[in-house]
Unconditional design. Structure first.
Length: 85
């Protein structure tokens, strides 16, 4: 049985290692729907499971983008992990 898109996205994001980041578009591609990058953003926005490192998903232009726990927190986490300078 095929996993739903949201489950695939959360699985991809769960596997982003510390110190790395993927773009919303890269996550969408790895989840099997390359044009669904906005949907990835919506999934990340509503994720409150701290085991899913949604702060590791950034915009294609390299900017951090939004974060449901605060943009400043996202930037701090990415810098702490070495994924953002």
């Amino acid at each position: 049985m095929k996993e739903r898109f949201k489950e695939r996205v959360l699985k991809v994001v769960s596997n982003i290692p510390r110190g790395k980041a993927l773009t919303y578009k890269e996550v969408a591609m790895l989840a099997g729907s390359p044009h669904a990058y906005r949907a990835v953003g919506n999934i990340m926005k509503t994720n409150h499971d701290s085991a899913i490192p949604c702060h590791r998903v950034i915009r294609s232009d390299g900017k951090p983008g939004g974060y449901n726990r605060g943009r400043r927190r996202k930037i701090d986490l990415l810098r702490l992990e070495g994924a953002l300078r």
